[in-house]
Design a protein around this ligand. Structure first.
Ligand code: SF4
Ligand code: SF4
Ligand code: SF4
Length: 166
């Protein structure tokens, strides 16, 4: 399988891990009130307004009809528009958290900087300053600071930034 296809799979397809309900686990928009509501409410939602209002166009509707994030070319600005637009209370500014259900990390084998090349491609888009370098090399992602916005993902020339869906 090509690395390009692998990359896309990582972003938009369900992970192997299964939720308790046996639904596949996806990377979701922020402000989720209750993850079980995606299956209960979104499938029946005709408007899919969350996807229509997303200023970064990162919310896509998967085959079953629920919203997932595609971080292939952009990231989440936490603008709140998806939660404001959701009429069914699946996404809620008041009752959901401002976080995305993924943990980001750098694959050291693929990272240029971990292999003695100068590269700061991931650092610049990270406005939370969550990517920490030891001098000029060996970046790591500080999970306390990382919001899982995804902006670093598409900037890495070697696809060394990966994530685990929580
Ligand atoms: S607008 Fe709300 S209910 Fe409709 S698909 Fe989006 S999150 Fe689900
Ligand atoms: S918070 Fe804004 S940028 Fe992030 S997914 Fe929702 S609408 Fe898109
Ligand atoms: S996903 Fe984390 S490390 Fe990457 S740009 Fe966003 S906050 Fe920074």
């Amino acid at each position: 399988m090509s690395s390009r296809r692998d990359f896309f799979k990582r972003l938009v397809e369900p992970a192997i891990k299964e939720e308790k309900s046996s639904s596949p686990l996806y990377i979701r928009p922020p402000y989720v009130k209750d993850y079980s509501l995606f299956d209960k409410e979104c499938i029946e939602c005709e408007q899919k307004s969350c996807a229509k209002v997303c200023e970064e166009n990162i919310i896509i509707i998967e085959a079953k009809g629920t919203p997932i994030l595609n971080l292939q070319s952009s990231g989440c600005t936490f603008c709140q528009e998806c939660a404001i637009a959701c009429q069914k209370g699946v996404l809620s500014i008041e009752e959901g958290e401002e976080k995305i259900n993924a943990t980001f990390y750098i694959n050291k084998d693929l990272c240029l900087s971990h292999n003695k090349n100068v590269c700061f491609s991931c650092k610049e888009p990270c406005i939370d300053n969550a990517i920490l370098f030891k001098g000029m090399f060996e970046p790591i992602i500080d999970i306390e600071k990382c919001t899982a916005c995804g902006f670093c993902l598409s900037r890495c020339p070697t696809k060394a930034i990966e994530f685990i869906i929580k």
